[in-house]
Design a protein around this ligand. Structure first.
Ligand SMILES: [Zn+2]
Length: 411
């Protein structure tokens, strides 16, 4: 059971972030790329079918170089477990004792994996998963084969995830249905404190009273288009935020031909792109400095993007363009946050069931389902998430052939 972290002594120096050892071969990036999407994939030989680990340039059975990455169930048997009480690596030294195990996967290879506390001693059935560590590299973690209670509370597993439990979270826009669903989901997930931003504080909005009733919630005026407002809020709470969820967005229909002037497109850029930039400039440094603050450290920055960031959807053409710009900026933010061990999670939903997508036919993603997918991404510690069937389908097409998706969306 995870204990609520003690209040931080403000006199003590903040620990400098140390990261797990990060040198990996280029070929091993396949494992990391899959783990970033929450998948466990290993190389499987196209010629002889052997599954191999660690990743290599050629099949160790038949020397074939045709080694596509294939999803794995991770089922296997724990052969031996050990508890590390000493490490030459600074990251692990600060986190000892640390449990490791040797697991023979049913698919063939034997792997060394971080061992969840609920895995019984060997021999035991386990499920190996690939996770991103704080350095953003894939590692293998063995979990009990059956779900146990409070499984996410495991101290070691929490080093690989961004679980909101006992953490302080800022949701940048509490006015939308998605924002309110996020706040409720975070409260249910036992977030310690939830700051909820709302623009134009002189206007009451639907759901305001309901949000105020949630004990963890503090409503804070926040307009991401106002640099001064963002700076002042960061000065006030920036040093305490563990997870920043940026769901503020401006969304209007239409592309180029059916609209005059640049006003709407500018408003979209001001929220969707410059809003992210303002937040990143003001809150980024504080989060980076707290990436090593123990069990409730700063861990994640979540961006609400759109599947249209991958390929333009002309009926929502300028909105798509603003999301593409935001995605590019989010990649920059990710690169800058990674050395501090803070994960940037990009969320690419298909059309959401809100007023700006009224004219689109179903299926559309319900705001509560999107909020659920965003929380799941934090709990699993993934980097990129494509919630809903539409986004999943378009992602597959885009991976298969980006040109085909462009054509289909513009048809
Ligand atoms: Zn082979």
């Amino acid at each position: 059971m995870l204990e609520r972290p003690k209040r931080k002594n403000p006199v003590l120096r903040t620990r400098l972030p140390t990261l797990p050892p990060a040198a990996r071969s280029r070929i091993a990036l396949g494992l990391t790329a899959a783990a970033a999407l929450g998948r466990f994939e290993l190389q499987q030989c196209r010629d002889c079918g052997a599954v191999q680990y660690p990743p290599r340039e050629a099949c160790q059975q038949c020397l074939s170089i045709r080694l596509p990455w294939k999803p794995q169930s991770g089922e296997g048997e724990l052969l031996a477990g050990t508890v590390l009480h000493h490490s030459n690596d600074l990251f692990f030294r600060e986190r000892l004792p640390w449990r490791l195990g040797l697991v023979r996967l049913d698919a063939g290879p034997t792997v060394v994996a971080h061992l969840h506390a609920d895995v019984t001693s060997a021999p035991a059935r386990v499920r190996v998963t690939a996770r991103l560590d704080r350095a953003g590299q894939a590692v293998l973690a063995a979990l009990p084969d059956k779900e146990t209670s409070d499984m996410a509370d495991d101290r070691q597993l929490r080093e690989f995830t961004c679980d909101p439990k006992f953490r302080k979270v800022l949701v940048t826009d509490g006015k939308t249905a998605l924002g309110q669903a996020l706040v409720k989901a975070l409260a249910a997930a036992e977030a310690e404190l939830i700051w909820v931003g709302y623009a134009e504080p002189w206007k009451k909005f639907a759901g305001f009273e309901e949000l105020k009733k949630i004990p963890q919630v503090t409503l804070v005026p926040l307009d991401v288009t106002d640099s001064k407002n963002v700076r002042e809020l960061a000065a006030e709470i920036g040093g305490k935020v563990d997870i920043l969820l940026n769901n503020a967005e401006f969304h209007r229909a239409f592309g180029i031909a059916s609209r005059h002037g640049v006003e709407t497109a500018r408003a979209e850029m001001d929220v969707n792109y410059f809003g992210l930039l303002r937040l990143a400039q003001e809150f980024g440094p504080a989060l980076r400095s707290r990436g090593a603050d123990g069990l409730a450290s700063a861990v994640a920055w979540v961006n609400l993007l759109s599947i249209y960031a991958l390929a333009n959807f002309p009926p929502h053409g300028t909105y798509s363009a603003s999301k593409a710009a935001a995605q590019s900026l989010a990649q920059c933010l990710r690169a800058e946050m990674r050395p501090a061990g803070v994960r940037v999670v990009n969320v690419f939903p298909g059309p959401v069931d809100d007023e700006w997508n009224q004219l689109l036919p179903p299926p559309k993603l319900a705001p509560a389902a999107l909020a659920g997918a965003m929380l799941k991404a934090l709990r699993e510690g993934v980097e990129d998430v494509y919630p809903g069937d539409v986004a999943q389908e378009w992602l597959e097409r885009w991976r298969d052939n980006p040109k085909a998706l462009e054509r289909e969306l513009s048809a």
